[in-house]
Design a protein around this ligand. Structure first.
Ligand SMILES: [Zn+2]
Length: 272
């Protein structure tokens, strides 16, 4: 048995030695170079948060961006020509969610579809009462479970230009991707331990119910009413607030903020 294991390990080692580089080249379509000075200046202009990040976090973001850009294909839709400026801004905002986490840059995401503005989802929508809406819905972004993310470029620009208004399209869609990494988006992304997961369920369920009641009564607060759609949207919307208005969230929803800080691994209260 031990000999058989050794033979299998030996064969795997030989296969890696022979084909490892080909595999890596296929996984990473291109080797992304570090941003030059002009590209960095453009990114700082488009995303004012970028130069404000502590150096260690900015360095981590640069590394994640290069991995993301090496592997993810950008596809311009309805005639949009994708530029490096677009790729860098999307990658920087997407990887912002990972700068405090110890994991690769979205291994499940393989394509980003960029539209100039809002786009129409032509998939039929199944509404309450058995109504099927086939007119299509105007969207600024959408995250699919099969590794595809759809974004409006104008929406990306707007989100990045206002880093502290509590709304961020790219943070929203990539929070869904983190949630979808385990399968269906449920608003409860994978946690490091069972007690962490149990605490998440309890705190987020209570906060979601509070938010639904407030929204139903017409109260508009820190968290966008869209979060009342379902627990998955609630997590994505609250993630936007966590990254853009961390201090206010920690004051209003300390338990939820604490869980998000543990999950994302950064203290966003310090960014203001
Ligand atoms: Zn959403």
């Amino acid at each position: 048995m031990a000999i058989l294991t050794l033979i299998v390990l030996g064969l795997l080692l030989i296969a890696w030695w022979l084909y490892g580089d080909t595999f890596k080249q296929r996984y990473y379509r291109q080797k992304e170079r570090p941003l030059d000075q002009n590209q960095r200046r453009q990114l700082a202009y488009d995303m004012p948060l970028y130069p404000r990040l502590p150096k260690a976090q900015r360095d981590k973001l640069d590394t994640l961006m290069r991995a993301f850009l090496s592997r993810v294909e950008f596809i311009g839709c309805d005639g949009l020509v994708v530029s490096d400026r677009m790729r860098y801004l999307v990658a920087a905002q997407a990887c912002l969610l990972l700068i405090g986490r110890d994991e690769p840059a979205y291994p499940n995401v393989h394509s980003v579809y960029l539209f100039e503005g809002d786009f129409i989802n032509k998939m039929p929508q199944y509404l309450p009462g058995g109504i099927v809406d086939t007119q299509g819905k105007h969207l600024a972004g959408e995250s699919w479970g099969n590794g595809r993310v759809l974004l409006s470029w104008q929406g990306c620009l707007r989100s990045a230009a206002h880093p502290f208004d509590g709304e961020n399209l790219i943070v929203h869609e990539f929070a869904h991707q983190l949630d979808q990494a385990k399968g269906l988006a449920t608003g409860a992304p994978l946690q490091r331990s069972v007690p962490d997961a149990a605490r998440w369920q309890q705190v987020f369920r209570e906060a979601f119910i509070r938010h639904c009641e407030a929204t139903f009564h017409g109260h508009r607060g820190l968290i966008d009413p869209y979060g009342a759609t379902n627990p998955a949207e609630f997590f994505a919307v609250v993630s936007e607030v966590y990254f853009e208005q961390g201090l206010a969230l920690s004051e209003q929803e300390p338990a939820m903020y604490e869980l998000l800080e543990h999950f994302y691994g950064i203290n966003t209260r310090l960014w203001h």
